[in-house]
Ligand binder design. Sequence first.
Ligand code: 5CA
Length: 446
Amino acid sequence: MGLPMRLSRYFLPTLKEAPSDAQIVSHQLMLRAGLIRQEAAGIYAWLPLGLRVLKKVEQIVREEMDRAGAVELLMPTIQLADLWRESGRYEAYGDEMLRITDRHKRDLLYGPTAEEVVTDIFRAYVKSYKDLPLNLYNIQWKFRDERRPRFGVMRGREFLMKDAYSFDLNEADARAAYNRMFIAYLNTFARMGLKAVPMKADTGPIGGDLSHEFIVLADTGESQVFCHKDLVEMGAPGPDVDWDGDLQPLVDQRTALYAATEEMHDADAFAAVPADKQLSARGIEVGHIFYFGEKYSDPMKARVTGPDGVDVNVHMGSYGVGVSRLLGAIIEASHDEGGIIWPEAVAPFDLALINLRPGDEACDAACEQAYAALTAAGRAVLYDDTAERPGGKFARADLIGLPWQMIVGPKGLAEGNVEIKNRASGERSTAPLADVIAGLSAKAAA
Ligand code: 5CA
């Protein structure tokens, strides 16, 4: 659902050709379809169509976090260097951190992640084990001064991340929190039409000893992936899991199957996977979860009083999703020669309504009728009422990849018919206007 739009009044600057420095198909298509514009290396403006998709992806992430019991807040992009000195990460983080000085010569930084800030908020308010478990998340812009920003939003310098942080009394509870996020991630990516496989991972500068990456399989991915085919086919548990029950069996089911990236690869273990179940592919990391225990709570003194009256460090985990990167990943996984094929759940509009002859009384009347009726039925319609020639309209509709196209022209209308095309399958059919409106309206209700 969402506001409908007349293309003549919209801002959709599509390009015939992508700039030559766009190397991968998702980057090319995001530029050509008018989703983003590069303002500086790794820094993008989100154009109206891109923003609509970004918000939809963000909303799916939000809903699955909420379902898993996490609580949303919003932390600032600009953080105090002193907090990072407390955790010991200020020097260690290195050149990827964008450091800023304010007019009082105070050291600030643009947050690359928010473990320190969230721990500071936690310790200010939470003093008792009775307030645990707690999982706080936000969806906020991050900045990492990547050495090689590339592939558009895939490896940006400024990017949108969902980051969640769990606080628990002990390791067993923290592991239950970790498992909740693990399952929530499987559900999140499946809702976007993606096959994301969990892989045991390195913890890097975030720290800790338990970590999984979630990797979307795509030929242009930066990670080399070795995994068991069944892991890819298994799908997500769905919304009906018992969030307060023991999720360990569901997690074990997946982690029992071999999966690794190039860095963590164990060739002998992979060789033990039956030959017809071996999958060597490439992939894109869209999420990364970490359990790191007391790594931040100890130096930053995030403590609660336990049931026995003794103060203890809380056990923490952090859970990231690359929200802006997901747009690139979805396009890598879903496109053809004509352009993007948005999965329905994240499409910027539900359908393109294409008027082949604006100014023709019958065409205009039919389009206005469809526009009003479908909007009333909850469908988000992008109405192409521009003066462009039919060929250009068809190419643009394919490029921007809305799930349906409804094509209204004088010939068909003379017999009371319009054409409907499914972007993904390419299937076309012709039917009376009223039937097509009813059919598309029913899809919204379903
Ligand atoms: N603090 C932890 C978890 S909240 C953290 O920062 N993890 S991370 O470094 O793995 O980042 C989380 C996710 O953000 C990654 O899985 C990836 O999908 C996305 N991400 C990381 N760096 C970039 C980047 N330069 N451009 C786009 N997305 C990125």
